[in-house]
Write a protein that binds this ligand. Structure first.
Ligand SMILES: C[S@@+](CC[C@H](N)C(=O)[O-])C[C@H]1O[C@@H](n2cnc3c(N)ncnc32)[C@H](O)[C@@H]1O
Length: 200
């Protein structure tokens, strides 16, 4: 089923609350920071960060998801700069953002993922933060979300190697209980990663 079809229902597939990782790490993003969220989905993370005072740009390819993200932003009284972007054909900005978020972008195979990670690095200002959250390579045993393709899942070595020389501020590979709408529900294997782009 296409992503757009998955977002066709009234319900928010992953709920309206931010991912626990985003809620836990948001303190690192100062109010007024310029933040980019890629493959934002129905807006749960971008709306939450906007509520914390971030100036949010969110990229998302599925029209149904964008419509629901805008509705959620209106409900919460925050502004989102929501852009129709297929990440396969995106011209990444240069040194424009204080923080970038990639939450459950595991639709990307290794080659596509490398391009996205390069783009995230490019989009960040020196000293900016990359925040990445997703399923760990152990996740297929749980079957509670994610692509079920090990190549598209993470471990910490993979993420550290993708951002060499960056200062890793937080990293965790753990099993936890997800309660994020119908899309992510139950025991899951997860990876969290926050790193700071070198100043030069
Ligand atoms: C698992 S969902 C995660 C959504 C959101 N980040 C969250 O955590 O709630 C994956 C998202 O990636 C989007 N997506 C998939 N392929 C994409 C692409 N090539 N370019 C942009 N977005 C894409 C889907 O439409 C969907 O919203």
């Amino acid at each position: 089923m296409s992503w757009n079809a998955r977002f066709a229902g009234e319900d928010y597939l992953y709920g309206k609350a931010p991912a626990a990782f985003v809620a836990a790490q948001a303190w690192r993003i100062a109010p007024g920071s310029k933040v980019l969220s890629v493959a934002e989905g129905e807006g749960r993370n971008a709306v939450f960060l906007a509520e914390q005072g971030a100036a949010m740009t969110a990229l998302e390819a599925a029209p149904n998801a964008r419509a629901k993200a805008l509705k959620l932003a209106q409900e919460r009284g925050v502004k989102l700069d929501l852009i129709d972007v297929d990440l396969r054909a995106f011209t990444w900005p240069e040194a424009d953002y204080d923080a970038v978020l990639a939450c459950y972008i595991q639709f990307a195979d290794p080659a596509f993922r490398a391009k996205i990670f390069d783009g995230l690095a490019r989009a960040l200002k020196p000293g900016g933060l990359v925040l990445i959250h997703g399923f760990a390579k152990r996740q297929p045993r749980y079957g509670t979300g994610g692509p079920g393709v090990v190549d598209q899942l993470y471990d910490l070595d993979l993420l550290r190697d993708a951002f060499p020389r960056w200062d890793v501020l937080y990293q965790a590979d753990y099993d936890g209980d997800l309660d994020e709408g119908a899309g992510h529900s139950g025991r899951a294997a997860l990876v969290d990663f926050v790193a700071q782009k070198p100043m030069r």
